[in-house]
Write a protein that binds this ligand. Structure first.
Ligand code: FAQ
Length: 313
């Protein structure tokens, strides 16, 4: 009875648009859903550094290199905010990382694709950050205080990432025919993974009902996907590039673009660990964790020593 009353009060608070804070009562399922989603998000930011990091040493100019370095560092910062925000739910960062390294926790499907050319850095900023922003501006209005607040700064930085990506595409499309071809090839490879990264169709989304009832997600996966497509197709037109979807057409009655079938088999195969780069990405993270162990130990030993010195002084 007590729990039922608390549950009603909790839902009433959410329905009023109030935030849930770490010390507030919350149903266990809400806590676990948030840990799942926020940690998956944090892991995505950290693993997401890898495909772009691959091009830092090969950026075509000092300006491009400085921008890319800054973007990749931003992603590290996003991961750290999100791990901190997830820790407010009573789980330790070590445990979260352990779940990533053992394959128990997921990270975004999109980062299991390779970055084959410089144009892929443009396509990631334009499409991947573009899709991420659509989703994250919604999450910034979500019910859990620490998550929604982390999203505000993250979204501002993602907007810069999105612009830098589009600017790379614009330069390539205004360049030589070979450069424009490189941009088109990149769009061909990143389009479908970018629209599927927004999650399975509403009919297949197992978590949406709970998350929407609790206003963690305010819109469904398909609604966000539609908004992303509607915004991105005119941008491709402006670049003079063709979206690789022969069924794509504008419906004048609904005011939306209709798209062809998404290959969900490929999506589910990637999230099961069988994408082109899954094994390499995970191994890189596991190695980075192991190689950084001595740094963490040294930092903790130093902090302990300083504390001891302060006590004796
Ligand atoms: N990849 O029931 P739903 C970024 C899983 S950040 C892998 O619909 P939900 C920034 C899902 O976990 C990108 N797995 O799930 C950046 C569930 O399995 P589970 C990451 C996915 O939670 C840019 C199952 O499928 N953003 O890009 C994916 O209601 C450039 C059924 O799905 C976030 O994480 C996927 N794409 O909706 C960084 C945002 N989609 O866990 C570097 C926060 C679904 O039950 C460079 N997350 N699954 O075993 C969300 O908004 C939601 O979790 C969704 C999925 C919308 C991703």
């Amino acid at each position: 009875m007590e729990d039922l009353k608390r549950l009603e009060e909790f839902q009433a608070k959410i329905d009023k648009g109030l935030k849930i804070e770490p010390k507030d009562w919350m149903p266990e399922k809400y806590r676990l859903q948030l840990i799942r989603m926020m940690s998956q998000h944090a892991h995505s930011e950290i693993v997401g550094m890898l495909p772009e990091g691959n091009w830092i040493t090969r950026a075509p100019s000092l300006r491009r290199k400085a921008i890319l370095l800054s973007k990749v560092q931003d992603e590290a910062g996003h991961g750290l905010y999100l791990y901190s925000a997830a820790e407010t739910l009573g789980i330790d960062r070590k445990e979260l990382l352990n779940q990533l390294h053992t394959g128990k926790a997921k990270y975004s499907s999109i980062f299991n694709y390779p970055t084959l050319t410089w144009a892929d850095i443009g396509a990631i900023g334009w499409l991947v950050d573009g899709a991420a922003i659509m989703n994250q501006t919604m999450l910034a209005r979500g019910s859990y205080g620490p998550y929604s607040r982390a999203m505000v700064k993250i979204c501002k930085e993602e907007s810069f990432h999105n612009r830098q990506g589009y600017e790379i595409m614009l330069s390539l499309c205004n360049g030589t025919p070979e450069q424009k071809e490189m941009a088109q090839d990149s769009l061909n490879r990143w389009w479908w993974p970018s629209i599927s990264m927004l999650g399975p169709s509403d009919a297949e989304s197992v978590n949406s009902d709970d998350l929407m009832k609790w206003k963690v997600k305010l819109e469904s996966n398909d609604a966000i996907r539609q908004r992303f497509i509607d915004r991105t197709v005119p941008q491709a037109d402006f670049l003079g590039l063709t979206i690789p979807d022969k069924d794509l057409k504008f419906n004048t009655e609904t005011g939306h673009y209709e798209h062809g079938p998404i290959n969900w088999d490929e999506f589910f195969n990637v999230i099961k660990g069988n994408g082109p780069c899954n094994k390499e990405r995970l191994q890189t993270r596991v190695d980075a964790d192991r190689n950084g162990q001595w740094v963490r130990e040294a930092a903790l030993a130093y902090a302990k020593k300083r504390k001891e010195q302060e006590v004796t002084a």
